[in-house]
Write a protein that binds this ligand. Structure first.
Ligand code: SAM
Length: 316
């Protein structure tokens, strides 16, 4: 069981930093939440994502990609990061019939998904010109939880006693990209930079677009960013069922933007998902009777989710 694996690692090391705990819980090859649990064919297990709500999301995105590819003279070669169950890929491929569509995903390819290349590592991707797209990808990276306690930064770690896991905090000597006030906590996705550096080596020229929940540093810094979901519920006891629980945090779009800029991209714009979908004609695509889905995409997710667009110019 995953808990036993975690306890064993803690006994060897004394404690594990929170980002290591998240990495094991989500991506352990045998028992990880993404590698082993959320792998069924149906949408909505523990949480529902925009492409799973309605195909109007993917079709609106597809129309937008077609227009932008024409404007930027880009081939319709698409790489999707963390494509999950493949719903966005299916809707984009049906609408656009692109030259190629590749999904980067750590778990197995669903049997029903046709006409799509599937890779488990960026190393398998040949350098290309085209489009990189993702939905709820950057929030699925392991993250540290850094607290400001009595004016000092402390890092959440996980310890164990008699086989039970518990939270503790140790001094944190690094820097964080967002200022936090007394008692506040910042979720620090430290793996983004290495990933984006490798991605920018692969994307020789093109468009990068990502959808995720979160906001600018000042919008999220006072809010509870770390969240755990199990069986469609927000839960507090995230230590009790490792591997059964999704662990995630709000995306700091200021930090994502500065990381993109540092790794060779140019950030073009950040908008709300609702504005993006309305500006790109979702109302013409919504299925008859699709009012509940429209409300979810435009109002609930529409306000919480942002769309960040960047470009990558050909390097000299
Ligand atoms: C929150 S899910 C979103 C899935 C899908 N994009 C959607 O909207 O339904 C995040 C996905 O990203 C994948 N993922 C996260 N980090 C990854 C990485 N470094 N390489 C490949 N896949 C990754 C996970 O396995 C998971 O399926």
């Amino acid at each position: 069981m995953l808990k036993e694996k975690i306890v064993k690692e803690i006994r060897e090391k004394g404690f594990i930093p929170f980002d290591r705990f998240v990495e094991i819980c989500l991506y352990d090859p045998e028992f990880g939440y993404y590698t082993r649990k959320r792998t069924g064919a149906n949408p909505a297990e523990d949480f529902v994502t925009a492409p799973e709500v309605s195909e109007s999301f993917g079709k609106t995105v597809a129309d937008y990609l077609k227009r932008r590819a024409e404007e930027l003279s880009l081939p319709l070669k698409i790489l999707e990061l963390g494509g999950g169950k493949g719903f966005l890929a299916k809707d984009i491929v049906e609408t656009l019939n692109p030259e190629s569509y590749t999904i980067l995903e750590v778990r197995e390819k669903p049997d029903w998904l046709k006409g799509i290349n599937w890779v488990k590592s960026l190393k398998e991707v040949e350098p290309f010109e085209g489009i990189v797209i993702s939905n709820e990808f950057f929030d699925a990276f392991p993250f540290k939880r850094i607290k400001n306690l009595n004016g000092e930064l402390r890092e959440v770690v996980v310890r164990e006693k008699n086989g039970e896991l518990y939270e503790d905090a140790v001094p944190f000597s690094g820097e964080i990209p967002c200022q936090i006030g007394e008692g506040e906590e910042y979720c620090f996705f430290i793996g983004w930079e290495e990933f984006l550096r490798e991605l920018s080596e692969k994307l020789k020229r093109g468009l990068f677009i990502t959808f995720d929940y979160g906001g600018k540093c000042r919008e999220i810094s006072g809010r509870k960013s770390f969240r755990a979901f199990r069986r469609n519920r927000l839960v507090e006891d995230y230590l009790s069922y490792p591997g059964e629980t999704d662990l995630t945090a709000l995306v700091d779009f200021d930090y994502l933007s500065s990381t993109l800029e540092r790794t060779g991209f140019t950030v073009e714009k950040l908008t709300h998902q609702s504005s993006f979908l309305l500006e790109n004609g979702i109302e013409k695509i919504l299925e008859p009777g699709g009012a509940p889905q429209a409300l979810m995409l435009l109002v609930d997710m529409g306000r919480k989710f942002k769309v960040l667009e960047a470009t990558r110019a050909r390097s000299r």
